[in-house]
Design a protein around this ligand. Sequence first.
Ligand SMILES: C[S@@+](CC[C@H](N)C(=O)[O-])C[C@H]1O[C@@H](n2cnc3c(N)ncnc32)[C@H](O)[C@@H]1O
Length: 368
Amino acid sequence: MKKTPTIENIIEGKTNILVYKSKQSKKGPGSKDDLPFYNPSMELNRDLSILVCQWFVNNSKKNLNLLDGLAASGIRGLRFANEVVGNFDITVNDWNPDAYELVKKNIKNLKLKNIVAINRNLNTILLENKFDYIDIDPFGSPVYFIDLAMRSICNDGIIACTATDTATLCGTYPKVCLRRYGAIPYHSIAMKETGLRILLGFICREAGKYDKAIKPLVSYCTDHYFRAYIQVINGTSRANDSMKNYSIIKSNNLFSLKNENVDIGPLWTGKLQNKKILAEFRTMLFETHLNTKNELWKLLDLLEEEADAPIFFYTTDKLASLLKKSPPKMETIFKKLQEKGYNVYRTHFSSTGFKTNAPKSEIEKVYK
Ligand SMILES: C[S@@+](CC[C@H](N)C(=O)[O-])C[C@H]1O[C@@H](n2cnc3c(N)ncnc32)[C@H](O)[C@@H]1O
């Protein structure tokens, strides 16, 4: 006999909803289960999507059609409807009937008007409808939805997607990565960046099939997931330009402990962030009520700093073991390289990481 699930009340942002009580720990991205649990550890992920949607609504002249495609508890879509101000409608979908029933109940309790709950396969919805914003937040990889999301997304629309198959994208399972993303990953110091770029490369390739270009607005990784917000623009010449950022790179472009020069990718070699928009998000953050405000501020600050930095990064500790020296302080590295006229940037990929346009020979000198 099916056990009746326990329901509890939670507040996230400004939204108070009923969710299924989770027996899981707060850490990590969550996993497949019979019930669509609410996962508190993804609050920062959802808080950023509130900022992105508010920015999108503020900068749009039309009524936007948004989709929370894999909604589980529905917390993301319910929060959009309750917290984002302006002209938009939101569809909240999950194929799980328990999720659907609870989302309907929450819509009623919150007396929300611009929101509708549905209970279907996301791919069917994408095939039949057009959206300005599509949120794809799966357990694991988003690849199974990107093709149809590209067909469904309106010109200048945003696809937001999470990938929790970080081990695959970072090179622990290269065969899986090749099958799933059509790309060779590389387990190295910069594996999180290669992983994020493989995800974006895949999305760029899927867009190219439909003569569409991609423009990443924000993309980042944490220990448990990758997340990207990508604007999609129609047009063959724009698509051709976007495909110029889709290529295979050689592993000796990275500081590796391995003495080899193998192919990595294809991956996205273009920008991961839009610096101007990140600055706008930070301004908006001042006047938005979000529980992860401080954490989000730090993340956006780092993303803005590294927005114009070269691709790939070094870490002080891994460089030290490679060069068999003790690691200098980050401040020393920054100071010495800046004194020589090079640019140096912190990176969100690693607390001991830095990006620079200095050649390897100059970086090695700092370790002497
Ligand atoms: C990681 S959860 C979503 C988490 C949610 N976005 C949040 O912020 O809490 C993934 C959800 O996708 C649903 N799902 C998986 N495949 C689906 C499909 N093809 N169509 C619709 N829902 C699907 C699952 O039932 C599950 O509830």
